[in-house]
Write a protein that binds this ligand. Structure first.
Ligand code: CDP
Length: 211
């Protein structure tokens, strides 16, 4: 069983995906972490994330240990991630890993919950359940600011909102695997829902789908 959770940044996909994975005893993959790891690798090497050849080399040489670096969650990393994520060859290089995870989830799990931007459209179009999780720009920017502040990062709301809109625009307007809801996805707007309410709503949708 594959559950695909897509949506724009800071819509609450990660929290929701983790809870759903726990509930259904499935593996969880945060696909954004792969793009973030590529971006971070370039930043750390002092390389330009917009250089496609270097980005592709970074994607091809990713190691599992690089997926748990705390710096992955930094805003600068998110920006670099969305730059490399617009490159077709980089996406292709990361596709095999994601599909293999879906086909053979780790720890003998019977399936996976995967969150990202193109899981329901490109990576796993055959997923049993697809959710497109979204929220208003303002609510998402507030959540992201709180998340950053919670980790001790300086986060100015207006700046976070501006950066988030820029990143969403880049993700939505790129020619390869743009951020868009799959035709058969259920759109879950969490603007007025807390994490528990979003989880309950998602559960209802998925239970209906899988009968
Ligand atoms: O945490 P947040 O929702 O802000 O972002 P993320 O899910 O960690 O993704 C970081 C960036 O990776 C996004 O802005 C996308 O450009 C890219 N991404 C993608 O293109 N496709 C995916 N399946 C997941 C992430």
């Amino acid at each position: 069983m594959i559950v695909a959770i897509d949506g724009p940044s800071a819509a609450g996909k990660g929290t929701l995906a983790k809870r759903l994975a726990r509930h259904f005893d499935l593996a969880h993959l945060d696909s954004g972490g792969l793009y973030r790891a590529v971006g971070l690798k370039l930043l750390r090497a002092g390389q330009d994330p917009a250089d496609e050849a270097l980005a592709l080399a970074a994607a091809r040489s990713l190691r599992p240990a690089e997926l748990s670096d705390p710096a992955l969650r930094e805003e600068a990393t998110g920006k670099a991630a969305s730059i490399v994520a617009a490159m077709g060859p980089v996406r292709q290089a990361l596709l095999d890993f994601q599909r293999a995870f879906a086909r053979t989830p780790p720890d003998g799990k019977a399936g996976a919950v995967i969150d990202g931007r193109d899981i329901g459209t490109v990576v796993c179009p055959e997923a049993e359940a697809k959710l497109f999780v979204t929220a208003s720009d303002e609510v998402r920017a507030r959540r992201r600011s709180e998340e950053l502040q919670g980790r001790g990062e300086i986060a100015i709301y207006a700046r976070v909102l501006k950066d988030m809109r820029e990143r969403d625009a880049r993700d939505s307007q790129r020619s390869v695997a743009p951020l868009v809801a799959a035709e058969d996805a259920f759109v879950l707007d969490t603007s007025d829902l807390d994490a528990d309410e979003a989880f309950a709503a998602a559960l209802e949708v998925i239970n209906q789908k899988i009968g």
